[in-house]
Design a protein around this ligand. Structure first.
Ligand SMILES: O=C(O)CCC(=O)C(=O)O
Ligand SMILES: [Fe+2]
Length: 341
């Protein structure tokens, strides 16, 4: 079927056909919530991601600098969110916190989605292409792709870990609905001056266990995604976490500079992480923050933001979160496998 319905010439019209078909499927899914519909959409989203236009699009990082008086990340509410606020937040201050981006029912729904996906027997099975509702590996995901990195030490328990959103088609379809309610497609189109896409590898459902005394690497996602991209990460806390809580939050440097720091030196654990001694130097000049997030609070940042999972020494509770990296379609990193949304 997939080969014959798209008999137009040119990438753009092919892409438009896929988008139209996806919209139709998404509407049906909203009514029926059938796993097969969700799975078919994932296939089409990844297939569509191979047809993206590559012609450069004019773009400027100019913004109105509305947050210039702030130290650290500015904070706004959901109703204040706009492309202009995002641009001033990310380019002016290195990121922007949005309080109450997701309501309580939606938070609980996605927490259940993550638990169900983590516990799905199919996640642990050799053949992951079956029709189980909560975990299904699309045939369009690059062969041999292993899924998100495991907790250090290779922990494969079902209570925590990460799952690619594309491996949980129902969750992915519900997330796309959530983005639609936010008006994110239009907002990101304004931000990038072109359509936005997601990706297989950087669209992640997370349940981070409390690891007293653990230590996750400081990193900039641009270090491994490349810098010739345009990105926005929407990270949503589904659990109360961060400073003053008992759940692992996020530590971030509020820094608007566009530079990738040296990695693999200054005491770094991995070749892609920034060593703690270098981070110590950087935070003498730029604020280090570990925001206190309520469930449903979110932060937007891009591939230059230096951050890590914050392992509090007194953590006792897991933390659920959604990580959605969006890319401008003409500058999406092919290695991450772009995905339409
Ligand atoms: O959720 C976390 O702890 C890590 C998130 C992260 O590194 C990211 O969103 O890029
Ligand atoms: Fe990251």
């Amino acid at each position: 079927m997939m080969d014959n319905i798209f008999d137009n010439s040119g990438r753009r019209s092919e892409l438009n056909d896929i988008q139209r078909h996806l919209q139709h499927l998404q509407e049906r899914f909203r009514a029926d919530e059938l796993p097969e519909q969700a799975a078919e959409m994932i296939d089409l989203r990844i297939l569509g991601g191979t047809k993206l236009p590559v012609a450069p699009v004019p773009w400027s990082p100019d913004h109105d600098d509305r947050f210039k008086a702030e130290v650290g990340f500015p904070e706004i509410t959901r109703s204040q969110l706009s492309a202009a606020a995002l641009k001033a937040g990310i380019f002016g201050q290195g990121g922007i916190i949005v309080r109450g981006l997701m309501d309580g029912d939606t938070v609980n729904n996605f927490k259940a989605c993550i638990s169900n996906s983590l516990k799905s027997p199919q996640r642990f099975s050799e053949d992951q292409s079956g029709s189980e509702s909560w975990f299904r590996r699309s045939e369009y995901v690059a062969k041999g792709a292993k899924g998100p990195a495991r907790i250090r030490g290779g922990d494969l328990s079902s209570d925590h870990g990460s799952v690619w959103a594309v491996d949980s088609p129902i969750t992915a379809a519900r997330l796309v609905d959530f983005y639609a309610q936010l008006g994110l497609r239009e907002m990101l189109h304004d931000y990038f001056n072109e359509a936005a896409v997601l990706s297989v590898r950087k669209w992640v459902l997370r349940s981070v266990p409390p690891m007293k005394g653990g230590n996750k690497g400081w990193h900039q996602d641009g270090r491994f995604m490349g810098q010739n991209i345009k990105s926005v990460n929407l990270w949503v806390a589904l659990s109360e976490c961060g400073e003053g809580t008992e759940s692992p939050g996020l530590e971030l440097v509020a820094d608007n500079r566009r530079q990738i720091h040296e990695t693999g030196t200054c005491g770094a654990w991995f070749d892609w992480t920034v060593g703690p001694e270098l981070v110590e130097k950087i935070v003498q000049e730029r604020p280090l923050v570990c925001p206190h997030f309520q469930p449903g609070d979110a932060i937007f940042f891009d591939h230059y933001c230096l951050h890590r999972t914050a392992e509090g020494p007194n953590d006792t509770l897991p933390r659920f979160a959604l990580e959605s990296w969006f890319f401008a379609e003409s500058k999406a990193p092919a290695k991450q496998q772009p995905v339409l949304f």
